[in-house]
Design a protein around this ligand. Structure first.
Ligand code: NDP
Length: 272
């Protein structure tokens, strides 16, 4: 029988996950179905209970990652550390495992596909929401990080909770001057077509500017601004999206789709 998977969220109509996971199934000669499921406010548990009567696993996106964390019967270490769940899997005993593949997807893209060595690097992390929290752990394994956020108190809270205070600090946007090797925009600014309110010279001399937001054409207002202001390279978060999807697929199916092949196929499909 074809195994059933889905993505839960609200809104959900825009989600690329069905396209991505059908691509993975094709690349691994696997057979799955994958659908979008709209979760009405306050209805996560009821919706998940219904789905798991026949479903094998799901991805979970905004605004349901905390609900999924509470729903899981057990958690992987990385879900526990992130405090949020983006992947659920029904285990053989019928219980539900919660995982978080966002940080791993970012790592696979940044240090794997893009070959960015983090060791000793000075990183500016813009944003202090769920995504920033997920990737901060990955960055702090090797780099020192300055966090800046529109609401500075949230950056402060994220820094205090990171467990590595000697390698992490907080600045106001207006205090930033430059000198960063890597700048990661983990805020939703590009979604609204606006830029973080940092000076142009902050981008100057950085080797990579990475926007978690992604678009079909692979550029965002942030990546365009970074290149204009002197960043050597700028990429959107499409690779992270594929990377986190690959880790979900591997958890569910025990198969690992090839990232480069998936990126090439999906970029072409999206441009069409
Ligand atoms: P959250 O809602 O948890 O956090 C939003 C963050 O963006 C906060 O830090 C918020 O600041 C900041 N922000 C919102 N609007 C603006 C603005 N106009 N200017 C400056 N900062 C702003 O969202 P997530 O952390 O889940 O997602 C953040 C981004 O990452 C989104 O664009 C999302 O699409 C992307 N993402 C990409 C993934 C991928 O696989 N590529 C995976 C997950 C997320 P404040 O605290 O002041 O409100």
């Amino acid at each position: 029988m074809t195994a059933r998977y889905a993505v839960f969220g609200n809104p959900i109509a825009h989600s690329l996950s069905p396209l991505i996971h059908s691509c993975f199934a094709r690349l691994t000669h696997d057979d799955i179905s994958y659908e979008r499921i709209l979760v009405e406010p306050g209805q996560f548990r009821a919706t998940a209970d219904e789905f798991f009567k026949t479903g094998s696993g799901c991805n979970v996106t905004v605004p349901c990652k905390l609900d999924a964390y509470g729903y899981a019967d057990s958690l992987t270490a990385r879900a526990e550390a992130a405090g949020a769940v983006n992947t659920l899997k029904k285990l053989d005993d019928g219980s539900i495992l919660g995982d978080n593949t966002d940080g791993g997807g970012f790592q696979a893209d940044l240090t794997g596909r893009l070959g960015c060595a983090l060791s000793g690097q000075k990183v500016l992390l813009i944003g202090a929401g769920g995504a920033a929290k997920g990737i901060l752990r990955v960055l702090l394994e090797a780099a020192s990080v300055v966090i800046a956020n529109r609401t500075p108190e949230k950056a402060q809270a994220l820094c205090q909770a990171c467990g590595s205070p000697e390698n992490c600090s907080v600045r106001l946007f207006s205090e930033l001057e430059g000198g960063f090797d890597l700048i990661v925009n983990a805020s939703s600014s590009s979604l609204y077509q606006v830029l973080p309110e940092i000076k142009d010279e902050v981008y100057s001399g950085c080797t990579l500017a990475y926007d978690l937001y992604y678009t079909p054409r692979g550029t965002t207002v942030f990546t365009e601004q970074a290149l204009k202001c002197g960043a050597a390279k700028a990429v959107d978060g499409f690779g992270m999206l594929i990377g986190q999807g690959i880790l979900s697929y591997e958890l569910w199916r025990g198969l690992r789709p090839d990232m480069a092949a998936a990126m090439e196929y999906l970029r072409t499909r999206l441009k069409d």
